[in-house]
Design a protein around this ligand. Structure first.
Ligand SMILES: CC(C)(COP(=O)(O)OP(=O)(O)OC[C@H]1O[C@@H](n2cnc3c(N)ncnc32)[C@H](O)[C@@H]1OP(=O)(O)O)[C@@H](O)C(=O)NCCC(=O)NCCS
Length: 169
């Protein structure tokens, strides 16, 4: 059974190796096999900041004690843009197409729609050929907002992206 909960700072030690693994498994993420460019202390501080903030969150999916997926929303504290959250999602390859992404996104969108977050728009940028992720976002009502040239450069090859948005009324 997959369970989803909010990350605490104690999860930093799980998230750093998880991100290096998923980064190595997928050419669709900004993160590669080197993982996040943060120390344990920096990641702990980041998670602590998110937990104490009404419009930022990090959700984790577990099977037993194994971290199998992560989805987050990052929002600026600046008044004029704090209604817009930037989201990201990643699932361990061994768990793709088992509904983990759907479960994480469903929890994330439900949290964002809560009026206390003040969020009125969720945005993400996805590689234009990432059909699996795009299909998932469309099922939750995300629509294409625009095109991004040269979103990623991998082994000297550029990949374009699209930005997708979900407006919250
Ligand atoms: C994208 C990602 C988060 C999806 O997570 P997931 O757990 O595999 O997603 P789910 O199993 O909940 O749903 C996948 C859906 O896509 C569908 N799908 C799978 N392959 C597909 C394809 N080639 N074309 C269209 N849809 C596809 C599945 O049928 C499923 O739909 P369904 O639930 O209606 O059957 C996961 O593949 C991942 O982490 N990929 C690498 C990182 C990444 O791309 N992150 C997004 C960056 S923006």
């Amino acid at each position: 059974m997959i369970t989803v909960r909010e990350a605490t700072k104690e999860d930093a030690a799980l998230i750093l190796p998880f991100m290096a693994t998923v980064g190595g498994e997928s050419d669709n993420l900004v993160t590669d096999e080197k993982g996040l460019p943060f120390s344990l202390g920096q990641e702990e501080a980041y998670l602590q900041h998110k937990q104490g903030s009404k419009n930022n969150i990090q959700l984790l999916a577990f099977e037993g004690n194994v971290l199998v997926g992560s989805a987050g929303c990052d929002t600026s504290s600046r008044q004029r843009i704090c209604h817009g959250g930037e989201i990201g999602i990643s699932v361990l390859k061994a768990y793709w197409n088992k509904g983990v992404g759907t479960l994480l996104l469903s929890n994330l969108v439900q949290w964002a729609r809560n009026s206390e977050t003040g969020l009125r728009k969720l945005s993400l940028t996805v590689r234009a050929d990432n059909v699996r992720a795009i299909a998932l976002y469309k099922r939750f009502g995300f629509v294409e907002e625009g095109k991004v040239k040269r979103l990623l450069q991998i082994n000297g090859v550029f990949y374009d992206g699209i930005t997708m948005v979900l407006l919250i009324d």
